[in-house]
Design a binder for this molecule. Structure first.
Ligand code: UFG
Length: 336
């Protein structure tokens, strides 16, 4: 492909793995990040892994002047838009920031892409747009009923992007709805680096097994699932990153906006994840049951058939690989 691929939020957890997957495929990523929730230290690691300098621009995705300069200075062929605020709990206390960054940031980016004549966009969305699913597995045409602020900002950004493609058929947009990304690059040089005590299950298991983070509080033992704990569709971040590459290729020929579920297509309970993690790290995870976490749902997992059919993509790495790579990353320090 001629030109560079802009990865907004490219220093973050998903974005850094996406940038790496692009470089591995011989494409040229350029990262935009403001490092508000990521580390500059990821950049030299990416360059070392890629075997050449991975370029970056430091700016906020809402900064249209900085975006205009970036598109002027670099030949951009397509954009993968990962920049945004995430976190179900965090969104509830900071609605203004979440709407401004997630929706306003997407609008600012689209405005400048339009001016620059760049029409191919892959958007980081989330399975949280579905809320409590009515049936399983969850297909892309399931109703979008997000439970909270975070999910509503993702749904609004999706709606906005669909409106763009309706008004101007030049736009080609893939809306990637991530299920539960976990794991790390097998090199253990890049991975998820949450600040403080992580909210998500796998990074929390890493910290607990590493010591100093107490025990795992399992949110609920009375869910209507086989063992009473919540069931989710965990997918390896490397598989997720490869899904973005497949989406970029798909957009070479596909007009309009298309949503894709990126998941394994099956679920694992919290206890199954804990056992797989214990096997990977060779340590016992101390745990206890506590009441359900507000806003949680019992069970969901993806129907990834559309991604398989149209993107020729499927998640190939299993839960054991997720746990082994997450633990290797933790042993290497688990951060930057
Ligand atoms: N869990 C615990 N204890 C913990 C943390 C999690 O029991 O300390 C359980 C949860 O109840 C759930 C499962 O582990 O059953 C996974 O929880 P995560 O917080 O890791 O993930 P969620 O499915 O709640 O949320 C994730 C992302 C969101 C995203 C959502 C939907 O964190 O950003 O998936 O895609 F919106």
């Amino acid at each position: 492909m001629d030109g560079k691929i802009l990865v907004t939020g490219g220093a973050g957890y998903v974005g850094s793995h996406v940038a790496m997957a692009l470089a591995d495929a011989g494409l040229v990523p350029i990262i935009l990040d403001d490092f508000s929730s990521s580390s500059r230290a990821v950049l030299p690691r990416l360059s070392a892994l890629a075997g050449r300098t991975v370029e970056h621009v430091e700016a906020d995705v809402r900064d249209t002047a900085a975006l205009r300069k970036l598109f002027h200075d670099h030949p951009i062929a397509a954009v993968i838009h990962c920049a945004g605020l995430k976190g179900v709990g965090d969104g509830e206390t900071r609605p203004l920031a979440f709407w401004d960054v997630n929706v306003g940031g997407t609008m600012a980016l689209a405005e400048v892409m339009g001016e620059a004549g760049v029409a191919r966009l892959v958007f980081s969305s989330s399975a949280t747009v579905y809320g409590q699913p009515e049936s399983l597995p969850v297909g892309e045409d399931a109703p979008l009923k997000p439970n909270g602020v975070y999910g509503r900002t993702k749904r609004a950004a999706e709606d906005f992007l669909r409106d763009l493609t309706r008004a101007n058929p030049n736009w080609r947009i893939a809306l990637l709805r991530y299920f539960n990304p976990a794991g790390a690059h097998p090199s253990a040089r890049i991975g998820e680096a949450p600040l403080g005590r992580p909210d998500n299950l796998v990074p929390l298991l890493c910290r607990i097994a590493g010591g100093g983070f107490g025990e795992l509080a399992i949110f609920g033992s009375d869910w209507p699932t086989e063992d009473g704990t919540g069931v989710r569709d965990y997918l390896h971040v490397q598989d997720l990153a490869e899904g973005h590459l497949a989406a970029i290729r798909f957009l070479a020929t596909a007009p309009g906006a298309t949503a894709f579920n990126l998941g394994m297509g099956r679920g694992w309970s919290v206890l199954e994840v804990v056992r797989a993690f214990e096997a990977a790290c060779g340590r016992r995870i101390a745990r206890s049951f506590v009441p359900r976490r507000p806003g949680d749902v019992a069970c969901y997992y993806a129907d990834p058939a559309r991604a398989e059919a149209l993107l020729a993509w499927r998640a190939r790495r299993d839960l054991d690989a997720i746990c082994a790579d997450a633990w290797r990353w933790q042993l290497a320090g688990g951060g930057y």
